[in-house]
Design a protein around this ligand. Structure first.
Ligand code: ZN
Length: 287
């Protein structure tokens, strides 16, 4: 192989007036210089590429870090809300325990079991809250049913005075007020007051009789359910009709002296399964 003896001649003038200078550069030297230049350029391009990539990764890391911080804050917020929810549920549970005791409903919710336990990794466990809430809700429905039933029973139980006045005759045996000697059984309470004073129903119920009836004179009979009825006799006028629903305190008529009566008064009876009982047992001393 023959050695390459070729070379390039470069001619140049350092200034406009100076003589030309020339020098020779062998082919091989020039090729070497070119080779170095190409490798250098590739290195620069690759370096720039790596730098860009690095900047991209750094930017992405920054975004992730920001998101991570946000998530951490949200998580802390959720945990504190969870704690608050637990406290509120515990307070509800305390109230409901009292309600259950009062209403005689046996408890089904077990708050201490359902809440206050962390998740597998100690984080807020929302399923416990859900279970507790559902249990409390179902229990509360039972309690409400009991209260509703009691409410109906309470409002249907005679309570208080049909009219304010003096008790001129009590329940039980008494001397015949019309003379002639002997004793008779008094089925109710005689409450004397002015003629025309309003007589009120002592409980919610259904009017099953309204009109004149023998010795009772003008009388209203109210059925309160549970086998309980009340009677209001000797009325001067009647303000209700048979089939009418009345609530406690509703005016049903006025005091009079109709029927077997000597002076204006209200003959008030309470009957349990149609047997007269002492109305005083149904008149609260507070009313
Ligand atoms: Zn009487």
């Amino acid at each position: 192989m023959k050695e390459d003896k070729r070379f390039y001649t470069f001619v140049f003038a350092p200034t406009a007036s100076s003589p030309l200078r020339k020098f020779n550069v062998p082919h091989k030297v020039l090729q070497a210089i070119l080779g170095f230049a190409i490798v250098g350029m590739l290195t620069v391009v690759y370096g720039a590429y790596r730098l860009t990539q690095h900047a991209y990764v750094v930017a992405k890391l920054n975004i992730l870090e920001h998101k991570n911080r946000e998530l951490r804050e949200k998580n802390q917020e959720a945990e504190s809300k969870y704690d608050q929810l637990q406290n509120r549920l515990a307070a509800l549970d305390t109230t409901q325990r009292k309600l259950a005791e009062v209403s005689g409903v046996s408890r089904t919710a077990d708050v201490s079991k359902d809440i206050g336990r962390g998740g597998p990794d100690g984080e807020a466990d929302i399923s416990g809250i859900e279970q507790t809430t559902a249990a409390l809700e179902s229990e509360l429905r039972n309690i409400k049913d009991v209260f509703d039933r009691n409410q109906v029973k309470l409002s249907s139980t005679p309570n208080g005075w049909p009219v304010r006045g003096y008790i001129t005759d009590g329940f039980g045996n008494r001397r015949n007020p019309f003379g002639g000697g002997g004793y008779e059984s008094h089925a109710g309470l005689d409450i004397a007051t002015n003629h025309g004073t309003a007589i009120e129903a002592t409980a919610d119920g259904l009017v099953i009789f309204a009109g004149a009836h023998g010795g009772y004179g003008n009388i209203v009979v109210i059925d309160h359910g549970y086998g309980v009825t009340t009677r209001y006799g000797h009325m001067s006028k009647i303000d209700v009709q048979v089939g009418q629903h009345v609530t406690r305190g509703k005016m049903i008529g006025a005091v009079g002296s109709t029927g077997r009566s000597t002076a204006p008064h209200c003959h008030y009876e309470v009957r349990l399964h149609d047997r007269p009982v002492n109305p005083l047992n149904y008149i609260s001393i507070n009313k």
